[in-house]
Design a protein around this ligand. Structure first.
Ligand code: NAI
Length: 302
C-alpha cells in the first residue's frame, strides 16, 4: 500500500508550539501538508503570551523542506478562531484538516476550584474548540471535504483527582463531536477525538522521570494523522493513545430492562428489585445518535 501523504492539503493545528501539537505539525509538514501552526505561547495555567512558540515550529517545518505559517491568536475567542481559519484561507486558499489541540490546566480539588479556574479551562478547551471549528467547518463545507480531530483526555473519560474543570471541558468535546458528526457527515467531514497521553510540561510533575522517553509525545501523532488522512473513513469515534498503545474508547449502553407498560407508574422498589438487570452491561451497544434509545423503549412504545 502507498504511504499516506497530505500533499495539497491545508492543516491547522492549535497549540502546536510544543508538546503533542508540535509533533502533529512537524509530521503533517513532513508529509506535504501546508500547516498553520497556531500557538498563543502561554504558561501551563494560561498566562502571558509568546510568539516564539509557534514561530520556532514553523522554522522547523520550513527547514525540513515543508510549508508552514505561524498564527498567534487565542483559540478561546470567536475573533481568534476566525483569524486562525482566515490565516489558512488567506495564505493557502483552503482548510482541509483541523486538529484542536491547544490546552491549559488549572488543577484544584472541586471544593477549592475558583470561578476563574473553571472559566479559563472551559474557555480554552471547550469554547476554543467551538471558536475554531465553526469557521473551519464553514470553509470545509465549501470543498465537500474535511478531517477534524478533537483532543479529549482520560481525565474526562474516566476522571482524575483535581481536574473537574478540565474533565468537564474534555468530555464536552465528545459532546460536540457526537452532534457535529451528524450535522456535517454529508459534506465528507469526518470528526474524531483522540485522548492522548504524553510526557510534556503538562505531565512532567505527575509522571515518574523514567516515563520521559517512553511517553514521548510522538507516539500520539500517527493516530491523529491517520484520522486526518483521506484514507480514514470513520467518524464520531474516540481513540486513546500513549507510549505506543492505541485503542478505541466508546460510550455504550446495556440492554436494560422494560418495566411496566408505559401506562402505570413505576415504583422505587421496582428499580431496587431489578437493579442488577438494569445495570447489566453484558450486551453493551453503541448508538449513532440519541435516537438509539428508542430501540430499548420500543416494546413499551409500540
Ligand atoms: P502543552 O502544554 O505542552 O502544549 C499546549 C500548547 O497549547 C502550549 O504551547 C500553549 O501555549 C498552547 N495554548 C494554550 N492555550 C492556548 C490558547 N488559548 N490559544 C492557543 N494556544 C494555546 O500540552 P500537551 O501535553 O502537548 O497537550 C496537548 C493537548 O493534549 C492538550 O489539549 C491537553 O489537554 C491534551 N492532553 C494531554 C495529555 C498529556 O498526557 N500530555 C493527556 C490528555 C490530554
Amino acid at each position: 500500500m502507498e504511504n499516506i501523504d497530505f500533499k495539497g492539503r491545508v492543516a491547522i493545528v492549535t497549540g502546536a508550539g510544543q508538546g503533542i501539537g508540535r509533533m502533529y505539525a512537524l509530521e503533517l509538514g513532513r508529509r506535504g501538508a501546508k500547516v498553520v501552526v497556531n500557538d498563543l505561547g502561554v504558561s501551563l495555567a494560561g498566562a502571558g503570551s509568546d510568539d516564539s512558540a509557534a514561530d520556532k515550529v514553523v522554522q522547523e517545518i520550513v527547514t525540513a523542506g515543508g510549508e508552514a505559517i505561524a498564527n498567534h491568536d487565542s483559540v478561546a475567542t470567536m475573533k481568534g478562531g476566525q483569524h486562525i481559519v482566515q490565516t489558512a484561507l488567506d495564505t493557502y486558499g483552503r482548510v482541509d484538516i483541523l486538529i484542536n489541540n491547544a490546552g491549559i490546566v488549572r488543577d484544584k480539588s472541586f471544593m477549592k476550584m475558583t470561578e476563574e479556574d473553571w472559566d479559563m479551562v472551559i474557555n480554552v478547551h471547550l469554547k476554543g474548540a467551538f471558536c475554531v471549528t465553526q469557521p473551519a467547518v464553514l470553509a470545509m463545507k465549501e470543498n465537500g471535504y474535511g478531517r477534524i480531530v478533537f483532543t479529549a483526555s482520560t481525565s474526562g473519560l474516566y476522571g482524575n483527582f483535581g481536574q473537574t474543570n478540565y474533565g468537564a471541558a474534555k468530555m464536552g468535546l465528545v459532546g460536540i463531536m457526537n452532534t457535529l458528526t451528524l450535522e456535517v457527515s454529508k459534506y465528507d467531514i469526518k470528526i474524531n477525538t483522540i485522548a492522548p497521553t504524553a510526557w510534556s510540561r503538562m505531565t512532567a510533575d505527575i509522571f515518574p522521570p523514567e516515563f520521559e522517553d517512553k511517553m514521548n509525545p510522538q507516539f500520539n501523532e500517527p493516530m491523529a494523522l491517520y484520522l486526518c488522512s483521506q484514507e480514514n473513513t470513520v467518524t464520531g469515534q474516540i481513540f486513546t493513545t500513549g507510549a505506543g498503545w492505541y485503542g478505541r474508547t466508546a460510550i455504550v449502553s446495556g440492554d436494560g430492562l422494560c418495566l411496566g407498560n408505559a401506562k402505570r407508574a413505576i415504583s422505587v422498589e421496582e428499580i431496587r428489585d431489578n437493579f442488577e438487570k438494569i445495570s447489566d452491561m453484558e450486551n453493551k451497544r453503541e448508538h449513532e445518535s440519541a435516537l438509539g434509545m428508542f430501540e430499548y423503549m420500543g416494546p413499551l412504545l409500540s
